[in-house]
Design a protein around this ligand. Structure first.
Ligand code: NAD
Length: 358
């Protein structure tokens, strides 16, 4: 196959980690007989420096002409909140997700076998294994609802943020979760606050309707407060966890912490039509940019997700994941995950070792 991939290298460590992921993609191409056309797309602080805005005209069109998008990270203190919105990297990130219609955010939280010691939970909990997929609704709910701020005569300033969901929005994210569960261990945990919120009661009703359509998938409702607790008590019980935007924002960060390091975790944002956007969960880490210290694994595993979810090529995805596990099992560590006494290796060497294992 020939794949056309948009590369948003971004700011800080973004270009360094994307470079290593591209090297791994090329190694996979050689092994499995694929070729690529890489299209560089300027977005983020580097775009502000080059053309005066973080989301240059035509960015979405360029991405839409590709099969998938790989993003490093954007942002940094140079383009802070004192800048007008069109120069801020975060504006570009929200815009690209919106313009590509990416309503489902997939964040796997898996404890890689060689990293069990990095898990902050009890040893016996970590030993049971953690391998869950958080599916977060990304374009609705309270983050996108109407906001208001007004003066009151007797209570000072009052503010409101509206949380709204339609059946259609809930159904499409729910379907994603059930379809994903069929490719995994066939269990969906739907997280809501149906004992309090009307949006959650609708969420639950739609999920129950879907559950009846997928009788081969085990289904459960979990209240959000209980889910937060279960994620640290016994995360091994979860397979696919599906939830609305704000709950997902909070729970996915909690879930990623139980796996040890921010430098290891990939993510995917997908919609109904190509291209999906694949990126590490970490930011641009300006404190270590340009020092060959960044861990490229999260970006390399994002390329594995690209093969699995955009290209429907699970074998290539597994080849990348197995290569990462082999290098970690060999004891190789970048500084962020190096145990005391271990001499760490750099970004480039980590990339090279993973390529060698493909
Ligand atoms: P960050 O994830 O960039 O860094 C947090 C800490 O983790 C830092 O100490 C950093 O050195 C370390 N770290 C992160 N990734 C690493 C890696 N691959 N290898 C080794 N260490 C790593 O978060 P932050 O400091 O809060 O944000 C920095 C900038 O990144 C901000 O401008 C923020 O807005 C932006 N950001 C962008 C994205 C994105 O592009 N999707 C996501 C989060 C933050």
């Amino acid at each position: 196959m020939n794949y056309k991939i948009a590369l948003i290298r971004g700011d800080g460590i973004g270009p360094e980690v994307v470079n290593e992921a591209v090297g791994v993609l090329e190694a996979v191409g050689e092994k499995f007989g694929h070729s690529y056309e890489f299209v560089d797309v300027l977005l983020g602080g580097c775009a502000t420096d080059a053309v005066g805005k973080s989301y240059p005209d035509g960015t979405a069109e360029k991405c839409r002409a590709c099969d998938a998008v790989l993003l490093g990270a954007v942002g940094g203190p140079k383009w802070g909140s004192d800048r007008p919105a069109e120069q801020r990297p975060e504006t570009a990130l929200l815009a690209i997700r919106r313009d590509l219609g990416l309503y489902a955010n997939l964040r796997p939280a898996a404890l890689r076998p060689a990293m069990a010691d990095a898990c902050p939970l009890k040893k016996e909990t970590a030993e049971k294994g953690i391998d869950l997929m958080m599916v977060r609704e990304l374009t609705g709910g309270i983050y996108f609802g109407k906001r208001d701020r007004y003066d009151t005569p007797d209570r000072g300033v009052e503010c409101t943020d509206l949380m709204a969901y339609s059946e259609q929005e809930i159904e499409r994210i729910g379907r994603r979760a059930f379809e994903l569960a069929r490719l995994r261990r066939k269990k969906v945990s739907s997280v809501d606050k149906a004992n309090v919120l009307e949006t959650s009661r609708l969420w639950r009703a739609v999920m129950h309707r879907l559950a009846a359509e997928y009788p081969d998938v085990q289904y459960e409702d979990v209240l959000v407060d209980n889910c937060a607790m279960q994620l640290v008590r016994d995360p091994g019980q979860f397979d696919v966890v599906v939830t609305e935007n704000m709950f997902g924002d909070i729970l996915s960060d909690e879930a990623s912490m139980v796996t040890g390091s921010i430098g290891l975790l990939p993510s995917a944002s997908i919609g109904d039509s190509a291209p999906g956007l694949y990126e590490p969960i970490h930011g641009s880490a300006p404190d270590i940019a340009g020092q060959d210290r960044a861990n490229p694994i999260a970006t390399i595993l994002s390329a594995a997700m690209m093969f699995r979810y955009s290209f429907q090529r699970p074998e290539e995805a597994a080849a990348i994941e197995n290569a990462v596990d082999a290098v970690l099992a060999g004891g190789w560590r970048t500084p962020d995950i190096a145990e005391p006494g271990v001499t760490p290796i750099g970004t480039r060497e980590m990339g090279r070792r993973i390529r060698e294992h493909i």
